[in-house]
Design a protein around this ligand. Structure first.
Ligand code: F6P
Length: 414
C-alpha cells in the first residue's frame, strides 16, 4: 500500500514491514520517517532512503558484506572538497574497500542518508566547488539526545551497525575536535583531511581551499584599486578569517593593500590614519585596507576612518564569495594528494589493526614540503595563526603595508 504523501516510485522502493522483519532490519526510526524533500535524485543519483539503506549497505537481504569505510565532510564547504572525495574514494576502492559517503556531516548517519561512492559517482567532480555530500548543518553530534542519552553513543552505534571499519573525515579544527571526541567514545579509526579556506588548522602547513580564496580576494582587490583610485576613496575590504588572518595577509600582500588588519596583531587605527595621510601627501589619494573578519568589521573600520580622515570611504564584505566556485589548480592538486594519502594511510592502519596492532586515528597534512600524519590531538587543541614576525608579515612591512601597530611617524619617510 502506498502511504499518503509518498510517491509511488519511492513507496515501491521501501520494503514492507514483513520484508523488513524477514531481512532482519529493525529500523524503528525508518517506520516513522517520511522521505525528506531532498530525496529527489541528485548528481549522486537517488539517495538511499532510511528504510532501504541497511539492505543496500549489505545487511541481511542485501548483497554480500565487504570491508567498507565511510567519508564525510564537516563544517562549511571549501573549494577542493570534491577533489578530496574523488581521490579518497578511488584509492580506497583500489585497496578493496566499499566506500560510502555520509551526507550532511554525521547527520546522515541518523536518518540513513548515505550514498555509495562508486567510480561512476565520483567521476568528473575534481573541478567542482561545493561538496557532493552536502555540508554539515548546525546539527551538534555531541549534544545530548532528546531522551537524555548521548548522541555520540548513537553515532558510534550507527557506525558500527553499518559495518564501517573506518572514516575519512574532511574538515577544519571543529571537525577534528569532533572526530577525536567520537573516537574516544568508540568510533573506529578516523583519518582526518584538513579543510578550510582560513588555513588555520594546526598540524599542516596548508589547507586546500586557501589558495582559491586568496586568488579570489586578490582579484577583488585588483578591481577595487581602479575604482578607489578613480574616486580618491578609502576602500575597506573584509575577508573571511575568524581566528586567523591568513587570507587577509596573503591577499593584502598580493593585492597591494595599504593596510592589513588581522586578529594576530593588535592594531590602533591611528597608525592606519597616518598611513592614509602620508599617501595623500605624495599624491596617492586613495587607500585600500584589508580586514580579517576576526579583527574587526569592515563597516566599523570604514566609519571610523571616514570620521578621522574626512575622506570618502566605502566598505565591502567578500564573505562567502571566497568559498564558492572552482578550486584553483593548486588546490585541486593538494586536495587530490591529501585524499589519496588519507585513504592509503587509513587502509594501512586498518590492516595493522586486523593484524593486532592498536587502531589509531590521525590527520594527514603537509609539513615542511612532505605529506605527514599527526595525531588528532594536534588540530583538535591548537589553531595555526599567522606568525606576527614571520616572513609573510615581514615582507608586507618592508613594502610599506601598515598593520596598525606602527609607532607614530613610522610612515613619514615613505
Ligand atoms: O571556517 C571558515 C569560515 O570561512 C570562517 O572564516 C567564517 O567565519 C565561516 O567559515 C563562516 O561560515 P558560515 O557563515 O558558512 O557558517
Amino acid at each position: 500500500m502506498i502511504e499518503p504523501g509518498l510517491s509511488a516510485s519511492f513507496a515501491q522502493a521501501v520494503p514492507s514491514a514483513a520484508e523488513r522483519a524477514a531481512a532482519g532490519i529493525s529500523g524503528r526510526r525508518a517506520h516513522r520517517r517520511r522521505p525528506r524533500a531532498n530525496l529527489a535524485p541528485s548528481r549522486l543519483g537517488a539517495p538511499i532512503s532510511p528504510t532501504t539503506a541497511p539492505m543496500a549497505l549489505g545487511l541481511p537481504g542485501g548483497r554480500a558484506m565487504k570491508r567498507r569505510i565511510a567519508i564525510n565532510t564537516g563544517g562549511g564547504d571549501a573549494p577542493g572538497l570534491n577533489a578530496v572525495i574523488r581521490a579518497a574514494t578511488l584509492s580506497a576502492l583500489e585497496l578493496g574497500f566499499d566506500v560510502w559517503g555520509i551526507r550532511r556531516g554525521y547527520e546522515g548517519l541518523f536518518d540513513g542518508d548515505f550514498v555509495e561512492l562508486t567510480r561512476e559517482r565520483v567521476r568528473g567532480i575534481t573541478h567542482l566547488g561545493g561538496t557532493i555530500l552536502g555540508a554539515a548543518s548546525r546539527f551538534d553530534p555531541l549534544r545530548a539526545a532528546s531522551d537524555g542519552g548521548s548522541r555520540a553513543a548513537g553515532i558510534v552505534a550507527a557506525f558500527r551497525e553499518r559495518g564501517f571499519e573506518g572514516l575519512i573525515a574532511i574538515g577544519g579544527d571543529g571537525s577534528m575536535r569532533l572526530a577525536r571526541a567520537l573516537v574516544e567514545a568508540g568510533l573506529p579509526p578516523v583519518m582526518g583531511v584538513p579543510k578550510t579556506i582560513d588555513n588555520d588548522v594546526a598540524g599542516t602547513d596548508t589547507t586546500f581551499g586557501f589558495d582559491t580564496a586568496v586568488a579570489i580576494a586578490t582579484e577583488a582587490l585588483d578591481r577595487i584599486h581602479t575604482t578607489a583610485e578613480a574616486h580618491d576613496r578609502v576602500m575597506v575590504v573584509e575577508v573571511m578569517g575568524r581566528t586567523a588572518g591568513w587570507i587577509a595577509t596573503a591577499a593584502g600582500l598580493a593585492g597591494s593593500a595599504d593596510a592589513i588588519l588581522i586578529p594576530e596583531i593588535p592594531f590602533d587605527l591611528r597608525a592606519v590614519v597616518e598611513k592614509i595621510a602620508r599617501r595623500d601627501e605624495v599624491g596617492r589619494r586613495f587607500s585600500i585596507i584589508v580586514v580579517a573578519e576576526g579583527a574587526a568589521s569592515a563597516e566599523a573600520v570604514a566609519r571610523e576612518l571616514a570620521e578621522r580622515t574626512g575622506k570618502d570611504t566605502r566598505s565591502l564584505v567578500l564573505g562567502h564569495l571566497l568559498r564558492g566556485g572552482h578550486p584553483t589548480a593548486r588546490d585541486r592538486m593538494l586536495a587530490l594528494e591529501l585524499g589519496t594519502h588519507a585513504a592509503l594511510e587509513l587502509g594501512r592502519r586498518l590492516d595493522g589493526a586486523r593484524a593486532g596492532q592498536p587502531a589509531t586515528s590521525g590527520m594527514v597534512g603537509v609539513q615542511d614540503g612532505h605529506f605527514s600524519v599527526v595525531d588528532l590531538t594536534v588540530p583538535a587543541t591548537q589553531i595555526r595563526r599567522v606568525p606576527a614576525t614571520g616572513s609573510l608579515v615581514s615582507a608586507a612591512r618592508h613594502l610599506g603595508i601598515a598593520f596598525g601597530d606602527e609607532p607614530r611617524g613610522a610612515f613619514a619617510s615613505r
